[in-house]
Design a protein around this ligand. Structure first.
Ligand code: SF4
Length: 321
């Protein structure tokens, strides 16, 4: 009997579930983005927007699951959570949004937006681990990535929508489930900037004009959904920029984290081997360790292993001189 392929149908289903809808308003989740031209394209050329690849689609869908679960957790923890997934519309500015929820606490209604994050991004922002953070403490960390830079705009607009002066970003670590709460006081100047931006975009849409490009940015433009519309001549010129580099980035961060450990290992390894080579004996038993020196025509090799462990290339330290 054939064993069914469970994976491919799920991938096909998930890809089919991801739709790009017509966009006739300024979305609160995007209005804080880096490029005003992209925001105009999102209104006027939405049907040309690049569809994310399947791995990104699955990542987004997994994020949605974590976010729904975090909201359910709030309810189970006894918080009054209302207005979940309520659609918001600010007609005069042509801004729309979907509020994740409002938390009612001591009579105050606080808009809440839940954000799921990869473990390395979450760890890089929330240095103290799970807990409550004022915006000022994490402001700089939220500037590091294009998508993180949009979050302040989104919660600011929700505060303006609800006429309140503070909101909460609840950040979920997708790897560990750890939670961090960011309390965001309304920044009126930034709110004003977002509303003026919405007005400028509306003006471009009405006039059929398009703002200037931002200076080409490797981190922003090749990831932009309107890259092929905006810069058709660039497409294919920087193949490295097309890589989904989140995995590479994690590896680079791991590499940096372990840099000191590698230096410590190499220094200890070198001292032990120098000591062994200066001795006349060929074998040593030191604590749980066995060391063996071999001399041949290519030089001197010192093998190091724990007693009782099979010799293997990975577990032995060798040094030829
Ligand atoms: S490709 Fe760059 S300049 Fe063009 S719309 Fe996108 S972000 Fe803006």
């Amino acid at each position: 009997m054939n064993v069914p392929d469970l994976v491919s149908p799920i991938y096909r289903r998930r890809e089919a579930d991801f739709k790009i809808y017509p966009c006739h308003t300024n979305r609160a989740s995007s209005l804080g983005g880096d490029c005003e031209r992209a925001l105009v394209y999102a209104r006027t050329h939405w049907e040309e927007a690049a569809k994310p690849d399947i791995s990104t689609i699955i990542l987004l869908q997994e994020g949605d699951k974590h976010e729904r679960e975090a909201l359910a957790d709030l309810g189970r923890a006894g918080f009054q959570v209302i207005e979940q997934q309520v659609a918001l519309e600010w007609k005069v500015f042509q801004i729309t949004g979907h509020l994740d929820a409002v938390v009612v606490h001591e009579g105050e209604s606080i808009p809440l937006d839940v954000k799921s994050m990869s473990p390395h991004i979450w760890d890089s922002i929330f240095r103290r681990g799970p807990g409550v953070y004022p915006w000022e403490e994490v402001r700089e960390a939220f500037q590091k990535k294009p998508w993180l830079r949009k979050y302040l705009g989104q919660i600011t607009l929700y505060e303006l929508f609800k006429s309140v002066d503070r909101g909460i970003l609840l950040a979920v670590n997708k790897g560990t489930g750890a939670l961090a709460q960011v309390n965001v006081d309304l920044d009126y100047d930034y709110g004003e900037f977002l509303l003026r931006r919405a007005e400028r975009i509306n003006g471009h849409v009405a006039a059929g004009t398009i703002p200037d490009r931002i200076p080409f940015d490797d981190e922003i433009c090749p990831r932009c959904a309107h890259y092929t519309t905006c810069l058709p001549d660039h497409v294919g010129r920087e193949p490295i920029a097309f890589l989904d580099n989140s995995i590479v980035e994690r590896l680079l961060e791991e590499r940096e984290r372990n840099e000191d450990a590698r230096k410590v290992f190499e220094a200890a390894d070198e001292r032990v081997k120098k000591w062994a080579k200066a001795r006349t004996e060929a074998k040593w038993a030191i604590g749980p360790w066995l060391l063996e020196k071999k001399v041949d025509g290519r030089g001197t090799t010192i093998k190091i292993k724990r007693a009782g462990e099979p010799a293997s290339a990975e577990k032995e330290g060798t040094h030829a001189a």
